[in-house]
Design a protein around this ligand. Structure first.
Ligand code: SF4
Length: 369
């Protein structure tokens, strides 16, 4: 049995204006939190680790020694060469931290660049500037981290096609192995949503968003980035950790608010520090809720995630995985979407068309039963 591992580091130097992730700007209890997180690993250990993702929050905001300690606790469950990623922000990465990551066995860094436009970065409340990304990339390359990802965002306030072109020029120079391009979602309760509702900022209209997205996909391809998922592009190494989520492999999340999925069970850790510490003191997994999933839930998830993958869904493979005939189960959804030109079927595989990607949410609804 193998599991992907997610480690949640819930600290950030400052909250970005669009963010509703669980993270805190008070670092007073970091030492205690890491001690308890390691105890959580001991209480509920993995069998064998298939990949690790240390995310947050901002893992690079805390001392690299803590990351080394977490990795030391996980080491005995790593049996072969696996992908080990840490998330970092350009402004908080230092030489000392990069050296810690190297010692800890981390082999991939995922950095939040978000935009190459300093005005936009300021509007969305990021702490870094474009030049910080260049400095951070130089630093990680110096220590041999060639497998790194840069996260960028679409639909940002005031973003234009010109910004996308500038970012593509930066990508050519920075030469990351992997690019993620996610669209901004204006989450309720965030300062950015408030500014939007008050008319202080404007978001690109849907037509512009699609134009930028298509330009991006086409031009990333031209410089060697293959799109393997709606928002993800890689030269040679797609993220094996992300792929394991999308292919519904088992994973265990450690830390505040982390989720785990083992077979038909999904576990949700508490998002409250005191409760987290108290449950671990009782030698319990700090889980608030356990959700029992049905086979139908898992099939729905498999199709929703699978449709986002460029390789599409192999219906024969899926039928074997779920031990039922999914050709018949989804006959109507497949035929209708082929008719609407949102889906292509080639032998046993189904894929979204370019138009299908634009209306993916609608297509997904047809596959939810
Ligand atoms: S750095 Fe990431 S996790 Fe932290 S506030 Fe910004 S977007 Fe949220």
């Amino acid at each position: 049995m193998r599991e992907g591992i997610y480690i949640h580091i819930p600290y950030c130097q400052r909250k970005c204006k669009y963010c509703d992730f669980l993270s805190f700007t008070n670092f007073d209890n970091v030492e205690k939190y890491i001690t308890y997180l390691i105890r959580e690993i001991e209480i509920f250990p993995p069998h064998e680790i298939s990949s690790i993702f240390i995310g947050g929050g901002t893992p690079s905001a805390i001392d690299g020694v803590y990351i080394e300690k977490i990795m030391a606790a996980l080491k005995k469950y790593i049996k072969d060469e696996i992908e080990i990623t840490i998330e970092a922000n350009p402004n908080s990465l230092t030489e000392k931290k990069v050296l810690s990551y190297k010692r800890a066995g981390i082999n991939r860094i995922s950095m939040g660049a978000q935009s190459s436009n300093d005005t936009i970065l300021k509007t969305i409340g990021r702490l870094h500037k474009r030049e910080d990304v260049f400095k951070a990339v130089k630093l990680i390359k110096k220590y041999g981290f060639t497998n790194f990802n840069l996260d960028f965002m679409l639909d940002l306030p005031g973003q234009t096609l010109e910004d996308i072109k500038n970012t593509l020029e930066d990508i050519k120079i920075l030469n990351p192995e992997h690019i993620s391009y996610y669209s901004l979602i204006l989450e309720d309760g965030t300062p950015l949503k408030k500014e939007y509702l008050e008319g202080k900022i404007k978001i690109p209209p849907v037509k512009k968003d699609r134009q930028m997205y298509r330009y991006l996909v086409k031009n990333l391809e031209k410089i060697g980035y293959k799109q393997y998922e709606t928002s993800n592009f890689a030269k040679n190494f797609p993220s094996s950790h992300n792929l394991s989520y999308w292919k519904l492999k088992d994973y265990i999340g450690y830390g505040l608010n982390a989720h785990s999925n083992l077979g038909l069970k999904r576990f949700y850790n508490t998002g409250n520090f005191e409760e987290y510490f108290s449950l671990i003191d009782q030698n319990k997994k700090p889980t608030l809720e356990v959700e029992n999933l049905t086979k139908k839930d898992r099939i729905n998830e498999y199709f929703i995630m699978g449709l986002r993958l460029t390789e599409g869904i192999d219906l024969l493979e899926a039928s074997k995985k779920f031990e039922m005939d999914l050709f018949s189960y989804y006959k109507e959804a497949i035929e209708n979407n082929i008719k609407y030109k949102t889906l292509i079927k080639k032998e046993n595989k189904i894929f979204l068309t370019t138009y299908g990607k634009d209306v993916a949410n609608q297509v997904e609804l047809d596959f939810m039963k």
